[in-house]
Write a protein that binds this ligand. Structure first.
Ligand code: FES
Length: 204
């Protein structure tokens, strides 16, 4: 069996239904503790899901302005197909308390790929007009996944990923020519963030 998780992008697959059920539960929950991703994950860990190193996502049906959520290593990953206006706006700012140029956070300007877990205490942010709003303590992220307001200390993490073919993303495996990735905490498996680089390995 391939290590790629093509099942998670299939709307009929049991894994996807289970995953979306978890996310929906998180978003709909009113209790802060019940909305944190680690809590939900620990309630119902799937060894099969957690062991998958990569997720392959079909992005052909994501219209400009729309977000698609896939599961990678048991975590939600938001894939936003950005419009030209959204790109222009993001390129005019460096975000908030964790300033970063938008160019460093995307491999292609029209595609933003971020781990959908708030960097404060791990809730799953909800999509709003110009970004995401965390339902737990109100952190606000822009369309580059950068923290603008609220208690979250860091931008949403950019996972390792690469484009494979015209309409597919492989999440969990960086393109060494285009991304440099580091562990947030060297002792914590999985918590990785990446920045885009140019072909000689320098940050863009
Ligand atoms: S978990 Fe506290 S603001 Fe998101």
């Amino acid at each position: 069996m391939s290590e790629h998780d093509s099942d998670s992008s299939n709307p009929e697959s049991p894994e996807r239904r289970e995953f979306l059920g978890k996310v929906t539960g998180v978003v709909a929950g009113t209790g802060i503790a019940a909305a944190t991703w680690p809590f939900i994950s620990s309630m119902n860990p799937s060894t099969d899901v957690l062991s998958k190193a990569t997720t392959e996502a079909d992005i052909s049906d994501i219209a400009p302005g729309q977000v698609h959520t896939v599961e990678w290593q048991g975590k939600p990953v938001f894939i936003l197909h950005r419009t030209d206006q959204q790109i222009d706006k993001m390129r005019q700012s460096e975000g908030g308390k964790d300033p970063t140029a938008d160019q460093k956070r995307v491999l292609e300007p029209n595609w933003l790929v971020v781990v959908g877990i708030c960097t404060h205490l791990g809730c799953v942010p909800n999509r709003v007009d110009d970004g995401w709003l965390c339902p737990c303590h109100g952190s606000v992220y822009d369309n580059s996944g950068r923290i603008l307001r609220g208690p979250a200390p860091r931008n949403l993490h950019v996972p390792p990923y690469q484009f494979v073919g015209e309409n597919r993303l492989l999440i969990g495996q960086a393109d060494p020519q285009r991304q440099r990735c580091e562990r947030v905490d060297p002792d914590a498996a999985g918590d990785t963030f990446c920045v885009a680089t140019n072909p000689n390995g320098k940050e863009v």
